[in-house]
Every structure is written in C-alpha cells, then in structure tokens.
Design a protein around this ligand. Sequence first.
Ligand code: SAM
Length: 413
Amino acid sequence: MNLPQEFTDYTSRLFGAARWERFVQSFLQETPVSVRINPWKSAENPFPNADPVPWCRQGFWLKERRRFTVDPLFHAGVYYVQEAASLFLDYVLRQVVTAPVSALDLCAAPGGKSTLMRAALPQGSVLVSNEIDRRRANILLENILKQGHPDVLVTHNAPKDFAKTNLLFDVILTDAPCSGEGLFRREPDAVNEWSPQNVHFCAQRQRQILSDIWPCLKDGGLLIYSTCTFNTHENEETVRWITEELGADILSVPVFSDWQITGSLLAHWQQPVYRFIPGTTRSEGLFMAILRKREGENTFSTLPSSLRAQVKKYPLLHVLSDGIPQPEAKGREQIPSAAQALSLSIQQADFPRAELCLEDALRYLHRETLKLPGNTPRGFVLVTYHGHPLGFVKNLGNRANNLYPKPWAIRNL
Ligand code: SAM
C-alpha cells in the first residue's frame, strides 16, 4: 500500500513510533470481519464459534470472511455486517441513555450505526434515520426495512431542513462525512481521494453540518460525534469547536484498558475522546466523542410517542418510511410488501408460510419463479428460511410468482 507522503509525515508524528509501526504492519494482515446480530430476529447466535466483540452485546468477530450475499439470513436481517470499531456506539449508548428517547441519526447511510442505535436504545425510543444523498438513502431504507424495527423513520433531507421544524431531539448522532483515513486498509480507493485540501474541506463541512443541526438538539441533549478518520482537524479540533462555539460539555464513559482505545492526540487538550487505530485495536479506524448541550430553556424534546406524527407533519421532510409497512396497491389488489414480510410485526400477521431450502431461498432472492409443495395455499404466501421471513410470493399452484423487490435482488449467484 502506497500511503500519501503528507499523510505518512503527519500521522506518524500524531501516532508516535510504536502505534505507527503497528498501523503500518496491519496492512499486511487480513482485515477483521465482524457482524452484529439483530436481537429481535435471532435469540441464537448464527455464528456460534465467533469471538465476542467486548464493546457490543451482539457483536462478533468471525474466524473467516464469508460470502454474505449468498446467505439468506443476511437478507432476512438476522445480522448486519459491521466494522468492529463502529460497534463501540452500542457501549456508549447503553452507558449514557437510560430512558426512552427521540433520536436522530443525521448522516445515516448505509445504516450500520442506525440499525445498531435502535437496538441499543431503551424500549419506547423512536429513531429518525436520515440521509442527504438519494441513492444512499435508498440503501439505508433497504437496510432499515430488513432489520424490521417499527420505531425507525427514514428521511432524505439536508441537515438544515430539520432546523426549519420545531423538532427537538434528546440524542443526535452525527457520523460525519470525513476524509476516511481509517478506511485505508479496507478500501484502498480511499487513499486516492485523500489530500490535505480534502481534510480541510471535510473539517469545514463538519462544522457546517453541526451548526445546521444544533438547534434541533434539546438543551441538555446528547450529541454523539464520530468520524472514520485519524487527523485532529476533523476530530479533536472539531470537538473543541463544538464546546466553545456551540456550547457543550464533553462526557466520558469508563473503558477497559485491554480494549486499547486511544484518547486525545492533541497536545494540551486531554479530553475524553475515543479513537480506534488498526494494529492497536482489532478494527478499522474510528473517532468518537460524546457531548452534552449546555442547559438552556428548551429542555423538553419532542416526545418519542409523538415523534412519528410530528415528523410527518412537515412537508419539507421527505419521509421514505415511517416504520409501519403498508401493502402496495396494484389495480384492485393489495400486494403485501417486502417491508411487511421483514417487519417484526409480521409474526402476528395472517399469511400462510412456506419454508424454503437454501437453494430455493437463493433462487427466491435472485427473483426466480418458484414451485411450492402441492399442499401450499394459493394466493400470497410468506416464504421463510430457517423460519425467518424473506418476502412474499403469489402462489398460483403450478408456479409461485416472485414478489421480491427488484433493487434488492441478488445479481450474481
Ligand atoms: N453512519 C453511517 C453508517 O454507520 O452506516 C455512515 C455515514 S457516512 C460516514 C457519512 C454520510 O454523510 C454519507 O452517507 C454521506 O452521504 C452523508 N453526507 C455527505 N455530505 C453531507 C452533508 N453535507 N450533510 C449531511 N450528510 C452528508
């Protein structure tokens, strides 16, 4: 791996010799593969031999890389493939949020932290999962729907749109677009996009995003700020700017020394922040800080119980899903949606089911026509794999028409 010289000069000084050496060595090692089990879909761990990630209840490192695309349980939302460092959000949320909250994940696609966030927040919490980029918002929507939790709304908006509403959140996660230095091992293309100018541009954009969303955090509310980059301009300096310019205090959570998390790398600014560095932690790169907005007058948030209705009240908020999946009207017929199949509420729904073997489940996910056993009722049938819903077919007897959404289909088997 050829790292840009300016990155090497700056980051080797920032890390110090020993950490830098371990970081460089990590490029010669396999990237660790980790998953997070969806607690509502699977009481059992489908990877019984995997090593638990200590900072996440449902996180596991797998012994080897797998082809997740050809595992129907992945498509059923039973687990999410997620980088181990980002699973630290699970630990942080469980430490600092103890009552139901109205939460916003502002920069959410493809959805790793959003799906984790809803799992880690107390029962009764409602999450708005937002993405500014339309193409990425569709990927976010797919991932949120597959995880199936009804208390997640997906929106497609710019941060400043939220500031035009009266919504007030208890918790806002800003996993900001950044220069991506922590992805160099996993995504070598990120190296080509790196430049000192881009670091500067990202740092400015982060401040703009944070300023835009700040009015939507209630006074006393929590901002979790994260990036997947190492430099202090986008990390410590941004956090310091939040405390000084926006008005917030930094919170700490107790961490274990064997997790090997690195703290502040800004001399003369030793505040509690959390940095994961490949070679030092068993992960890719991550930076996270937890901030509490200073007390003021707006200490009441939009209640979680009314958040869904409040969000839908504002025409400028583009709601892609309000968490309650509906059938799709086609002529006079109501076609059950894939979102309904994958939603947790389907357990109570009144559809006949057909269990598929691995081969048929993959054919289904490839959008092929199936043939179900002769005793399967005609009409809409929920197809399952190991008991987990995958989607619907319309069973005509001699064949079952595939209703799996085209954009979700596996392309190459
Ligand atoms: N949180 C996501 C996850 O864990 O799966 C990853 C988020 S990624 C680091 C940052 C996201 O911010 C991208 O999806 C990107 O489209 C979005 N973004 C880019 N520019 C933005 C802006 N000006 N305001 C808000 N979001 C932006």
